[in-house]
Design a protein around this ligand. Structure first.
Ligand SMILES: Nc1ncnc2c1ncn2[C@@H]1O[C@H](COP(=O)(O)OP(=O)(O)OP(=O)(O)O)[C@@H](O)[C@H]1O
Ligand SMILES: [Mg+2]
Length: 259
């Protein structure tokens, strides 16, 4: 089982698009996948058909164990792909989270006790910024994938995220490793976009995936039809790119597979 947090503190960097598209492509390759939507914007939940969803149980319940994950998971229209939709954190738990001494580990307590054959991949879609739920995801996972939009300001976002990761690794989770940086929304017609790609590779070297995701208008269209890019247009550029990226993630299995 691989537990991967898709994170970049910068808003609009392709986190949700990557969580849903990677999740769907892995599921298509026969992997059992769970997406956990931790973002109050609920973008991946809405994309998968769960709008204004309210669960009757609380993912951050202090007393619950791993069985809660099975109770909260929901089907999607994609075979092998399930989701824990975002559900507002109820006041009671929100207050408990503030006072609980191990508050960064509320998710870890549940996900680390899952039977190892429950899922092949668990992908955490985070909100922008550094919320307590994101810290919980960083404390739970062994891997982080960092999507980055090919724009100048996005480079600063990666630098500040790397600083955050150093402190997470030393204080909360020494097992957390960067699986890779994924350049997103690369406009191959724009010199500037390709220059940013070069700078990313120059600065971060082999941490940058070989695949980059091209700008593709069909990506925002498919979300509004509640379809994955593969259901909407399996041959469009972003679909081909996300499949190639997924092959790279699968290739990393030997390095990252957890028992
Ligand atoms: N390859 C692409 N081509 C065109 N548009 C894209 C592509 N990837 C993402 N987008 C669009 O960019 C916007 C931001 O993407 P996304 O929602 O995945 O980012 P995010 O990091 O999850 O944002 P937030 O920080 O708000 O959660 C969305 O409107 C999405 O449809
Ligand atoms: Mg998002």
């Amino acid at each position: 089982m691989r537990k991967i947090v898709i994170n970049n503190q910068k808003g609009g960097s392709g986190k949700t698009t990557t969580a849903v598209s990677l999740g769907a492509a892995l599921a298509e390759r026969g992997k059992k996948v769970l997406i956990v939507d931790l973002d109050p914007q609920a973008s991946s939940s809405i994309w998968m058909g769960y709008h204004k969803y309210v669960a009757d149980k609380e993912l951050f319940d202090l007393k619950a164990g791993p069985e809660l994950i099975f109770e909260l998971k929901q089907n999607t229209k994609v075979k092998n792909l399930e989701i824990i939709p975002f559900s507002p954190i109820k006041n009671k738990f929100s207050n408990e989270m503030k006072s609980y001494p191990n508050k960064p580990f509320l998710l870890k307590n549940k996900f680390s006790k899952l039977p190892k054959d429950s899922f092949d991949y668990i992908l955490f879609d985070c909100s922008p910024g550094l919320s307590l739920t994101t810290i919980n995801a960083l404390a739970t996972c062994n891997e982080i994938i960092i999507p980055v939009v090919a724009q100048t300001l996005a480079l600063y976002g990666v630098l500040s995220l790397l600083e955050t990761l150093e402190s997470v690794q030393s204080k909360l989770n020494p097992n957390l490793k960067i699986s890779g940086i994924l350049p997103c929304r690369v406009d191959t017609n724009l010199k500037h976009s390709l220059e940013i790609l070069d700078i990313l590779i120059e600065k971060f070297g082999i941490l940058v995936y070989k695949t980059f995701i091209r700008e593709d208008v069909k990506m925002s269209e498919c979300a509004s039809f509640h379809q994955t890019i593969f259901q909407y247009d399996n041959r469009t550029e972003a679909a081909l790119d996300y499949k190639a990226f997924t092959a790279e993630v699968l290739f990393q299995e030997n390095k990252f597979k957890e028992e």
